[in-house]
Write a protein that binds this ligand. Structure first.
Ligand SMILES: [Zn+2]
Length: 55
């Protein structure tokens, strides 16, 4: 299985998060639905984690 079109799904609400163009490692993407921020850790394979903002 080859997947070149990897998508980032919001870990919180499951909505697909779309980057502006090509995501890069270290990019912070924000879910348009719930505002959760996700940091891109790796592109191949695609890994990302929820960005927890401490107060
Ligand atoms: Zn979300």
């Amino acid at each position: 299985m080859k997947q070149t079109d990897q998508k980032i799904m919001c870990p919180d609400c499951g909505t697909e998060i779309k980057g502006e163009n090509t995501s890069a490692v270290g990019d912070i993407l924000e879910c348009q639905e719930c505002g959760t921020e996700v940091e891109v850790l790796s592109l191949s394979p695609l890994k990302y984690q929820i960005l927890v903002e401490e107060k």
